[in-house]
Design a binder for this molecule. Structure first.
Ligand code: SAM
Length: 198
């Protein structure tokens, strides 16, 4: 039986909305898809699967793409498994149920997409930078964090948000002052950083 992809994607988006699961914004996912196409990306590592939305969208760019994606929340991991099956993408998307900071991987990737705990980006970067191909890219989402990163700190609604904003700013500083990597941050979706080796 053939799958109505558009309908299934809309169902995943609806589920994410109802269950309060953050997934990539439309603008961000469109950027990611065209980046993958333009740079002819084939092997992707994603940190932060949630329910598989971005992994499925990236895999659908073309048939040659393989994705390894890591999720530590069991309910989300199980939902992602179901969704990936629905799209018949089990052969091209490998799901790992674990805390990304607890595992090391043997393979190289031409794109590492970081979209997990916003305060842990530096840790994820270090954990997986050895898995980056020489000419590969690291893309990180949520650099703007719903506009909070540009706001005056005193106006931020909670201590928790203040703490996340500080960590995102630390990550931006880390990227922009890195002698080994060069980064461009795009004001697209929730803010996307594209990093490559110098
Ligand atoms: N990339 C997904 C998409 O656009 O469809 C959205 C991912 S969501 C923003 C972030 C996910 O990262 C959450 O489901 C969370 O459980 C997961 N996460 C956070 N920290 C993690 C870690 N250390 N290891 C694995 N997964 C993590």
């Amino acid at each position: 039986m053939s799958v109505d992809y558009e309908l299934e994607i809309n169902k995943i988006k609806e589920y994410a909305k109802n269950e309060n699961i953050p997934i990539m914004q439309d603008e961000g996912i469109e950027f990611l898809k065209s980046f993958i196409e333009k740079k002819q990306i084939k092997n992707i590592l994603e940190i932060g699967t949630a329910i598989g939305y971005s992994a499925i969208m990236m895999a659908m760019v073309n048939q040659d793409i393989h994705i390894t994606t890591i999720e530590r929340d069991e309910t989300r991991y199980l939902e992602a498994l179901k969704n990936i099956k629905k799209f018949n993408l089990e052969n091209r998307i490998t799901l790992i149920f674990n805390d990304a900071l607890n595992i090391t991987l043997p393979d190289k990737y031409d794109l590492i997409f970081i979209d997990a705990a916003k305060g842990k980006n530096i840790d994820f970067f270090h954990q997986f930078e050895n898995n980056l191909d020489t000419d590969g890219y690291i893309i990180t989402d949520n650099m703007g964090f719903h506009g909070y990163v540009e706001m005056d700190e005193a106006l931020l609604p909670s201590k928790n948000i203040q703490s996340i904003v500080r960590k995102i700013k630390d990550y931006i500083y880390f990227l922009e002052n890195n002698m080994l990597y060069r980064t461009v941050i795009y004001k697209i979706g929730d803010g996307i950083a594209v990093t490559e080796r110098r």
